[in-house]
Each structure stands twice: as C-alpha cells, then as structure tokens.
Design a protein around this ligand. Sequence first.
Ligand code: CA
Length: 481
Amino acid sequence: MNFSSLFSSLFLLVLVTTSVTAKDERPNIIVILADDLGYNDVGFTGKTEINTPNLDKLAADGIIFENAYVTHPYCGPSRAGLITGRYQARFGMENNVSYSPYDKYMGLPLEQKNFANRLQEVGYQTSVFGKWHLGGAPHFQPNNRGFDYFYGFLDGGHNYMPGEVTVGGEGYFLPIMRNTKVAEFDEYLTTALSNDAARYIARSKDKPFLMYLSYNAPHAPLQAPQNFIDKYAHIKDKNRRIYAAMVDAMDEGVGRVVTALKDAGEFDNTLIFFLSDNGGVYPEEWLPTLDWADNSPFRRGKVALLEGGIHVPFIAHWPDKIAKGSKFKGLISSLDIAATAVALAGAKDGNNELDGVNLVPYMTGNKTGNPHQALFWRLEEGPNIYAVRTPEAKYMKQGLPGVGRSYFDMLADPTENNNLVDQFPAKQAKLASLWNEWNSKNTNSVLYQSWEYKKARNDFYDELHKKNLQQAKETKIDIIE
Ligand code: CA
C-alpha cells in the first residue's frame, strides 16, 4: 500500500468512525397538550389571574401564535387530528373514542399513522405521557401505535388523586399504566406525569426524542392538592378556584420538564409546542354548571365552532432557532405539529398525505404570511355543523343558541360579535365551495357511539329472543304422567 492509498484509507476510517460516533443533531420535539384550557387562563394570552410563570417564560422566549386552531372543539377528534397531522374527518373519526378494551373497532383507525410512527421509523425515541383516548383494545394502545414508552391512562379522563384509584376501577378510576402494565400512581396525577416525563428526559440523551405530554389537566374532575388551592383563596367561586390550582400545577409540571431538559443539556436543541386540545368549558344551557374557564375575548368554548371552542393558546419554544419574543399572526393549526416534526426528523409524510404545514420557516422568520389559506371543521359529518375560516372571514353553522348560520369578518371582528350572514353572498359562496371541496375528500364517521351500541345490542337480543321462543314452541314436550 503506497502512502497515498494508506492516507485515503485512514481518511475513510476517520470518516466512518466520525459518522458512527457523531451525536444525532436532530432536535428533540416535545408536544405539551392541555385539556379544556380556557384561552385566557394562561398569562401569555393576557390574563394574570392564574400563575403560569413557566409557560409565560417559554412564550416570552419563543413564539406566540395568535391565530392558532385545533381541528375539533372537543377531546378525541382533536387529538386524533393532532397526532396524525390529518383532519380526523379524512378517516371518519368524528366522535370521542369510548374506552372499550374488547372492541376491536373503537380507536384511531389502524391504517392511520401518527407522528410517533413516522419519527420512530427514522430513529427517534418516542413517548407519551397522560391521556391517550385513542382506543383501549391492545392493538390501539400506545405501544402498538408508534410509541416506545407510555405512562398514563387509556380513557378520556382520569381521577387525579391516587388513593381512590384501584386495580379493577373503571372509567376515570382505571389504573395508571406504564406501557402495558399497571404502574405506580402515588402523587397528584399532573405532578406524576410531569415527573415521569422529566425522568424520561434524564435517561434519553443518546437519541433525539419525540415526547407527547398529554395532560388531562385542567379537564374535570376538579381536583387539586390543597397547597395549590390555597394559592387561589381569593377566588370566590369554588370551581374556578380549584381549576386555577389545576392549571397552576400543570404549569409547575412544565417547569419540571424544562429543568430536566436543562440538566440534560438538551434545552436549546428541543422544540417545545404547547397548546390546548380545545377551548375551556362553557355553561351551555344544557350544562349550566360548567362555568370555570375563561375563553375571553372569544365567545363560548368547548363544543362550539365559534372561536371560544377552537382558537387555542399555542406557543413554540426552541432557543437554537426561534428568536425571543416572536409573535405570529398567520393562520396555523394543530395539524402543523406533525408536519413540522416529520420535516425536522427527515421522516416520511406518506406521499404528502399530511394536512399540516411545516412551521419551521415561519418560526425562524424565513417565511411570512399565512401557512394556511383556509382551515376547516365539521361535526357529525356536516352539513349541519360546519365551519371554514380564511385569513379574512369565517362562515359557519351550528345549532347553538344565538349562533346558527353565521358569517364573520375576521379582520374587523375577530371576536365574532357581528353576524353578517348573507350580506356578502359572493364571498360566502366562495367559503362554502372551499368547504365542499375539502369535505369531498372526507369519510363518514366510523365510530359507533354508545347509544348505537345499545340499539344494536337490543336488536340482536330481540331477534335472538324471538328465535328462542319459536324454537321453544316447536320443541315443546308434553309431560306424560
Ligand atoms: Ca379536551
């Protein structure tokens, strides 16, 4: 071997060695999701009644999205849209998934990939903490849906106090799980989830990770440790006082995650998103006691397609890339989280099947304007409950008192106080045609709801009963004495 070939071999060896041992520089991605958080119940959207110093710091040091939306005004469908990065109506997930561990159809349809599947395929460690709500049967559970690690619960909500939760409990009293096994649960749930997420960060230094920290806070039941409630003794309304304590405890949990990132030396190279899955509760006529969240300046809240139900607090933080104190007015969606994660990780988007937009160029200031020219909603398959929003206007229909069919000029009237329905027929028709075009690629609901189950079960037994009676008649044997 002459000198030059020896040199090039050594050079190659160095290259190979370097590529094997070099740290993967792709960023960690953490998605922190609150549950039923009022738009105005964090400091960074304006109000200071509830202390959220950790979220406010992330907002101040990152970017606040001022026109950010979720895809649905309540939990399950909104979460399905978020983690798949596709409008959930594309695959018929229009309703909440109920926890039915023996029901092989009750969950996020299996052919739908989510951001964890996509990032797991390209070497990310993937984890989910907290509320799953996308199916209880084994094939729907997080470990079979792209997540390496799960600490949380499978149903749509959970009791927060450990003493009351036992093996054999149902609904909100189901055991807390770690992967597929019953796990320890010995502190306030929000804190337990935060601590487990912090510990996960501490042991995840080698590979980049995607973490989905899916709090059920501050969703009912209203429960918080007394020391948090005591901080809000000045709030007269008991429900509001406990709710404030729940938000405070969640913020403290976010602080624990931030500390863990700093301790691991990963804070600067981690993109953190924070948002709520829908608006805070609103005392609709049929549920007047749900009156503890503040969605102002928007009207109504959870369940509504008015801004109070779908326009959510939404921030991103990433010291390496996002300038401090950024604010962004363009239309964004929870759908964009998966698209952004996929782009950053170099993952596959499944032949462009994602409905979101990679937000990185907008967050870094390389691109301005509206990532989306229109956003869409439908409930119960439309056409009776729908909404479409462009940067300029919104056209919607929903049978809520005082709402109905509505058209709003979102530039002049972002809080939807002045219904201009049918006053701008050409613009309204354009919005309707955008919605129809979007809806033409959707699927009808694939999830049976509980009343439908009950009906199907009753029909089944009615039929069986008839058959049995007939059979009994035909095979009747008289006793011969
Ligand atoms: Ca929710």
